[in-house]
Design a protein around this ligand. Structure first.
Ligand SMILES: [Zn+2]
Length: 192
């Protein structure tokens, strides 16, 4: 006497199990389900995770962007820009600029600022010749500038003409708690 049974009724001689996906009765030693075509062995994790995997990949690509952003937001970071004159010629001015801070900075301009701010002496600006203004943390680089008046390149007068009445400042884009004007360290004692 055989009782109708999902697992043993139809094929009493073959041991039956259920598909891990669709729960259809299948042979216990079946590698692949005859109904839904899903693998029953360890490969089932791969078929299952093809969607999960792409989600994980998406999650990780978001995390690789988000984690540094979060880290920056939670730890107070700032740049620490130091610069010195390297060259001062009639053709151009070169600075060696180092960032000893933990955040990049952006070089904007090089300016001669009047020491006496009460006089109406105009500040003189140099024109950057570099296209990449980013000052990476922990790195040094040389920044080149040329003399210019209303976008026309001009010869730069000797440094002695400016020392008494001007300070030389590298202008960076300042974040909060950062100075925008960086004094050129060797301005007063630089000799070409
Ligand atoms: Zn199945």
């Amino acid at each position: 006497v055989s009782t109708p049974d999902d697992l043993h009724g139809d094929y009493p001689t073959i041991e039956k199990s259920r598909c891990v996906f669709c729960r259809e009765p299948i042979r216990t030693d079946a590698v692949i389900c005859s109904q839904c075509k899903n693998y029953q062995d360890c490969r089932k994790y791969f078929t299952l995770s093809s969607t999960v995997l792409s989600l994980l990949v998406a999650l990780f690509s978001v995390l690789t962007v988000a984690v540094p952003v979060l880290k920056n937001a939670l730890t107070p970071q700032r740049s620490a820009i130091h610069c010195s004159l390297l060259h001062w010629t009639s053709e151009g001015v070169s600075l060696i600029v180092s960032n000893r801070g933990t955040r990049p900075a952006t070089a904007k301009a090089l300016k001669l600022m009047a020491r006496d701010t009460t006089t109406k002496a105009t500040s003189l600006q140099f024109k950057p010749t570099f296209t990449d203004p980013i000052l990476e943390p922990g790195k040094s680089r040389v920044l080149d500038f040329r003399g210019s008046v209303s976008d026309i390149f001009t010869d730069i007068p000797p440094i002695q003409n400016f020392r008494a009445t001007y300070r030389l400042n590298l202008i960076i884009f300042p974040f909060s708690s950062e100075r925008g004007n960086i004094d050129v360290g060797n301005w007063n004692n630089f000799d070409e």
